[in-house]
Design a protein around this ligand. Structure first.
Ligand code: HAM
Length: 422
């Protein structure tokens, strides 16, 4: 029997993990510049956390969650997203009491959604996300958007499109909701059963239905922006002004609604416009979620954030030819010619590593030539040769692989010599 990686997941082999690490450090560095600190929450949470926040009429909750009962009869769910867990932690640890508001957090970790597998869509994927919780200032909306753009741009991406919209406050959304019901109700029979259920419960969700995407009533549906009350329109205006001040280009798309229920006011997505990119072009999505904290039992704490998957980030880097170069290099490789030399090599190896020198040796009883080849493949900076004569003299042959020069170095002085030569 041959086992395979589960559908919708993938193994990352060493030639790929190097690229991941490069992207991860760029992300961490950018977060440091914006003063966002890392938070790590569990992989699973109480199921109700997601049904309440993401919303029980969304695709995520209805079709995509990995939900299971543990041995104690509790319903748990592998996290499909990171915002609800972070806000849960914010409330649970009373971070609203910190003098440093807004609390600015970031996370990087596996998320799980039972989705149809296709390029850029996995069942286990890694999201990097940020959440700024505690401020209702439009300037923080612009900061969060700017952080996302900055991460991509620092990695070298150019083919990016930022799309923004406002979903308005509760009152605006209610007015829009009624308009949507009036729009879809006469023809709701032509829509899928999910949409029929959504009509009264949450008609906004009809707009991101994957089944009825092509229905003519979709394009003519009333736009949220036409239903914004004065306060919401003014807020959106301020966000746009802040983006202008930061020199960030954007397009307003009144049809951008996002697939999760907790959003209000600002919503945004960043797309890849690169030719080489697949059918799914969204790299990143986010928005404001005032009220989410109260919905899960916390105090008032307006928030905004985004998430992007590292998988799609790397796809965009590939499409634009900007994949980071990552060559793992070894400082030294020890070639040992017989059993006694091998014992000495083990000791030397220990010394070198203690001194912070990346070193390796042969463990396959290979002949000298094959050991030299291995040193070459591993891009060793120096090769240290130990044989009968070297043991007798207590000094090894050291070859600098960059320029071919050779010298003899006492065993006890190998580390300092290698350090001074590199
Ligand atoms: P989302 O739009 O569901 O939002 O996901 C955000 C990003 O996660 C997407 O733009 C995409 O990069 C990535 N993503 C989602 N599903 C998959 C998948 N199946 N395979 C690969 N990548 C995927 C959220 O999750 C919100 N929590 C974002 C947010 C944070 N809003 C406020 N704060």
């Amino acid at each position: 029997m041959m086992f395979k990686v589960p559908r919708g997941t993938k193994d990352l082999l060493p030639e790929e993990t190097g690229k991941w690490q490069a992207v991860e450090s760029l992300i961490r560095e950018t977060c440091r510049l914006y003063r966002y600190e890392e938070i790590r929450t569990p992989i699973f949470e109480q199921t109700e956390l997601f049904t309440r926040s993401v919303g029980d009429t969304t695709d995520i909750v209805q079709k995509e969650m990995y939900t299971f009962e543990d041995r104690g009869g509790r319903s748990l769910t592998l996290r499909p997203e990171g915002t609800a867990p972070v806000v849960r932690a914010f409330v649970e640890h009373k971070m609203f009491g910190s003098p440093d508001q807004p609390v600015k957090l970031y996370y990087m970790g596996q998320m799980f959604r039972y989705e149809r597998q296709q390029a850029g869509r996995y069942r286990q994927f890694v999201q990097f996300g940020v959440e700024a919780i505690g401020s209702a200032s439009p300037a923080i909306d612009a900061e969060v958007i700017s952080l996302a753009m900055d991460v991509y741009q620092r990695a070298g991406l150019k083919d990016l499109k930022l799309v923004i919209n406002s979903l308005g406050d509760k009152e605006s959304r209610e007015a829009h909701r009624e308009a949507l019901i009036r729009h879809f109700e006469p023809s709701i029979g032509e829509f899928c059963s999910d949409c029929q259920n959504r009509l009264q419960k949450n008609p906004l969700r009809i707009l991101d239905c994957k089944v009825d995407r092509e229905h003519p009533l979709m394009d003519s549906a009333p736009a949220l922006t036409d239903y914004l009350n004065d306060g919401s329109a003014a807020y959106f205006g301020e966000v746009k002004k802040s983006l202008d001040a930061l020199g960030i280009d954007y397009v307003v798309d009144p049809n951008l609604v996002r697939g999760l229920d907790y959003y209000n006011h600002t919503a945004f997505e960043i797309m890849s416009t690169s030719d080489g990119f697949g059918a799914i072009t969204t790299l990143c999505g986010g928005g404001r979620y005032n009220g989410l904290s109260e919905d899960i039992g916390g105090p008032e704490a307006p928030g905004i954030g985004f998430a992007m998957s590292i998988e799609r980030f790397l796809m965009a880097l590939e499409a634009e030819g900007k994949m980071p170069e990552t060559e793992s290099r070894l400082d030294a490789f020890i070639v040992a010619l017989d059993e006694e030399s091998r014992k000495e090599a083990v000791k030397i190896l220990g010394n070198l590593r203690r001194e912070g020198i990346a070193a390796d040796m042969d463990y396959m009883d290979r002949k000298m030539k094959a050991q030299m080849k291995a040193a070459d493949r591993q891009k060793a900076g120096f090769v240290i040769v130990i044989g009968e004569d070297e043991l007798k003299n207590g000094a090894a042959g050291v070859k600098n692989m960059a320029d071919g020069t050779q010298e003899t170095v006492e065993f006890g002085r190998l580390a300092e010599t290698l350090k001074s030569r590199s």
